[in-house]
Design a protein around this ligand. Sequence first.
Ligand SMILES: *Cc1c(COP(=O)(O)O)cnc(C)c1O
Length: 217
Amino acid sequence: MSIKENIQEIRSNLPEHVTLVAVSKTKPETDLQEAYDAGQRILGENKVQEMADKWKNLPKDIEWHMIGHLQRNKVKYMIDFVSLIHGVDSFRLLKEINKRAKKVDKKVDCLLQIHIAEEDSKFGLDKAELLEIIDSEAFSNLKNVNIKGLMGMATFTDDENQVRREFKHLKSLFDELQGKLTDIHILSMGMSGDYQIAIEEGSTMVRIGSSIFGARK
Ligand SMILES: *Cc1c(COP(=O)(O)O)cnc(C)c1O
C-alpha cells in the first residue's frame, strides 16, 4: 500500500480523541511530502539535524515533534520551530529548553518521558524522579516550558500482557499528574506494533512510523 493509503487506513481506525504522529525518521523528504499531501500535518523525528533539514525544505504548516532522546547541546537548533518535545527525561534538559525558549521569547510544549519498559536501553524518568521534578520550586520557576503530559515506550515483546501492564502504569502516572498540574492532556504512547493496546489503555497520541512509511533500514 502507498503512504497515503496507510495513513487513511490508520486514521480510519483511530478514535477521534487520539492524535496521529507520523514518524518519518530516516525517510526521504519525498515520503514526507506524500504524507503531507494525504493531509498529515504532524511529523515525528528523532534527530535534531535531520528534523531541521526537513523543516527547511517542507511546507511551513507541518508540526514537528521531537520524539527521540535529546542532548542538551542540540536544543538550540530546533527551538525556533519544534512544536512538541516528547522525550524530556531530566530536569537539566528541561531547564535548557526553558532557557533557549526564553531567548526566542516563546513557550515550548513538552512531555516528560517515563521509563516503563523492562529494557534498560530505554530512556526516561521513574515515578520518584517525576514527582521530584514537578514538586520542586525550581520547576515552578520555568516560565517558558509547558508540560502537556507524558510519553513512554513499552518493552519490545510479543507478550501482550506485559505491554498492557506497562501502558497501564504510564496511564496511572498520567492520572496522578493531572491532579497536580493544569493543562495535562497528552499521553503519548503506542507505536506501529502496539498502538491498539495503547489506545485501549488510554493513549491520546500515537507515534507510528513503519506502518505508514515502511520498514526502516
Ligand atoms: C521510531 C519511533 C517510533 C515509531 O516506531 P514504529 O515501530 O516504526 O512505528 C515511535 N516512537 C519513538 C520514540 C521512536 O523512536
